[in-house]
Design a protein around this ligand. Sequence first.
Ligand SMILES: NC(=O)c1ccc[n+]([C@@H]2O[C@H](COP(=O)([O-])OP(=O)(O)OC[C@H]3O[C@@H](n4cnc5c(N)ncnc54)[C@H](O)[C@@H]3O)[C@@H](O)[C@H]2O)c1
Ligand SMILES: O=C(O)C[C@H](O)C(=O)O
Length: 329
Amino acid sequence: MQMASSMFFPPSCHPTQVSIIGAGKVGGTLAQRIAESNVAHVVLLDVVEGLPQGVALDLMQAGSVEGHDRKILGTNDYADTAGSDIVVITAGRPRTPGMNRNDLIETNAPIVARAVTNVIASSPNAVIIIVTNPLDVMTYIAWQVSQIEPFRIMGMAGVLDSARFQAFIATELNVSVVDVNATVMGSHGDLMVPLPRYSTVNGIPITELMDAETINRLIARTRNGGAEIVGLLKTGGAYYAPASSVRTMVESILLNRRRLLPTSAYLKGEYGMKDIFLGVPCWLGCRGVEGVLELNLTDNEREALNSCAQSVREGIEKADAVLAATAAV
Ligand SMILES: NC(=O)c1ccc[n+]([C@@H]2O[C@H](COP(=O)([O-])OP(=O)(O)OC[C@H]3O[C@@H](n4cnc5c(N)ncnc54)[C@H](O)[C@@H]3O)[C@@H](O)[C@H]2O)c1
Ligand SMILES: O=C(O)C[C@H](O)C(=O)O
């Protein structure tokens, strides 16, 4: 039998591959989400011997039941990640009750710096998505170390924070979450900026559907969304919604969907800021961050965004000092 060929889709054997560094809760769940979406082969890497191999084998065996045919490789060797289209960094420690995300800088900055150096050496053209906390600081460090074009590197947080805001709005109004759209900008921390004016139920702003006191309660819960789960789980943080959020970004890039998603992106003057990664609405396509949408903000919203930037800059200073001290040893 002869296979028909198409002018539009010439034969290609490039196997789309996503590598995930860190095979813990977020990394393992993300591997499952990507494989089960059937969008890419997955390489899962961790420093712990046996962990990525065990998770990968388990996920491979689920393939026939779930009806996907993606390959999943578990490894401790960066050579196996070579040629990745996207690399997601989840390596590093999660916080435990009583910690804030910036308390992770000392531990996670060297881990992220090393991981990104290794990743770029084997996949020089990859788009990189950072997940490790504190998110906006780690994304900046990853960019500094990698020296790649800033549009190829980004952090995941806004999709997750917006998903939380959406879930709380839907629950409060007793409506389907499918009809709810919400926007959260800024840093992934207590200062994040949920935007009720740009949050809707099927196009109707939530300011028409709830009083200010209710909206403020939902905003406070969104800002505390990660800590609420850390407080319940005790040994780490959320991973199902974070993995779903990264998968959404991965799909938009791999399939060149150009979805408008809140993303920690490098700013070159947008929102009056330069040389910083901060959560803003971005179009994600095959090149990575293909554009930043500049929303009209009120004075209060702009001030809140500036406070986020100030806190991220302080984190970057601390991380730089940690890395300088590590290099000096
Ligand atoms: N951006 C977000 O919205 C978001 C959401 C959830 C979690 N996080 C962050 O993601 C990170 C991972 O969270 P988790 O729950 O998966 O933690 P986890 O402890 O379950 O997994 C982390 C994994 O990283 C591995 N690791 C450590 N050092 C490594 C290195 N040098 N190279 C490769 N792997 C290494 C560990 O062995 C472990 O398996 C944490 O920093 C957490 O705070 C961020
Ligand atoms: O809260 C955390 O530490 C993990 C993550 O950033 C989250 O928001 O779930």
